[in-house]
Design a protein. Structure first.
Length: 252
């Protein structure tokens, strides 16, 4: 006999389904209003004013006090003698070359088996022959006899190959105390009724920026690179909201 489902769980499931339906309804209305229209590009905004933006905090060395020697143009703690035009301050722009190639091929297999058997070999330890029936019917032929067998066979494999090559302009949003730069760039391209988005963010060293103000994505620390899209093609590739809700709620 199955246990009754708690009322709290029923209420929670109903609330989740209702929330998903309301969210899907609002989104559906927006999509219906955009029928026949091109997807709108998002306006250019200050990244530091966007919801969820948080300044980056990293371990920093002690600040070095700048000092000048007599009859010398060199300043202690300076990284260069002449000033160049590479990005160095908040609001400066630099070009990020995204060159990402990833390939993985992993295969694992584990097999395990175990068989055990225990037999006491004692057949008349408690004098079963002296006990009349029907009591002898419930007495075991042997005092202890056990058998067990267990086995497992697990296999797993991963095959992945990804490649992304493009460029995007990024803006310096923060200068850390040690001189490293926090950069963030976003690019949107609309082709017919589909928008492709490229987002790059992370921390770079001024020394890694080339003389033409370009830096490779492999030299970005804490790199966050996102490449995706939105529009009619993306909508067709995604399952319906109802199906996504059922995928989360159904236990089977």
């Amino acid at each position: 006999m199955s246990k009754p489902v708690p009322l709290q769980r029923i209420v929670l499931v109903a609330a989740l389904v209702a929330t998903g339906g309301l969210a899907g309804g609002c989104s559906s209305i927006d999509r219906l209003a955009a029928i026949g229209e091109r997807p709108a590009l998002t306006p250019i905004e200050n990244p530091t004013t966007q919801p969820g933006y948080k300044p980056v905090q990293m371990p920093m060395p002690k600040p070095e006090v700048a000092s000048y020697n007599a009859n010398s143009l060199w300043r202690n703690g300076s990284r260069a003698f002449f000033k160049d035009q590479r990005a160095a301050k908040v609001g400066d722009i630099l070009t990020v070359t995204v060159n990402f190639t990833d390939k993985a091929n992993i295969a694992n297999e584990t097999q395990r088996s175990r068989t055990s058997k225990e037999d006491s070999g004692i057949t008349d330890f408690i004098g079963s022959k002296t006990i009349t029936t029907p009591a002898t019917a419930v007495l075991p032929g042997r005092i202890l006899t056990t058998d067990s067998t267990s086995s497992s066979d697990g296999k797993g494999s991963v095959q992945r190959q990804e490649a992304l090559q493009t460029t995007v302009a990024a803006v310096v949003t923060q200068v850390l105390p040690n001189g490293n730069l926090v950069v963030e760039g976003k690019q949107e391209i609309r082709v017919n009724f589909e928008i492709r988005e490229l987002i790059v963010a992370g921390i770079v060293r001024p020394e890694d920026i080339q003389s033409d103000n370009i830096i490779d994505s492999s030299k970005i620390a804490q790199a966050r690179i996102a490449y995706g899209g939105r529009g009619q093609i993306t909508d067709v590739q995604q399952p319906r909201y109802g199906q996504q809700v059922m995928d989360v709620l159904l236990p089977f």
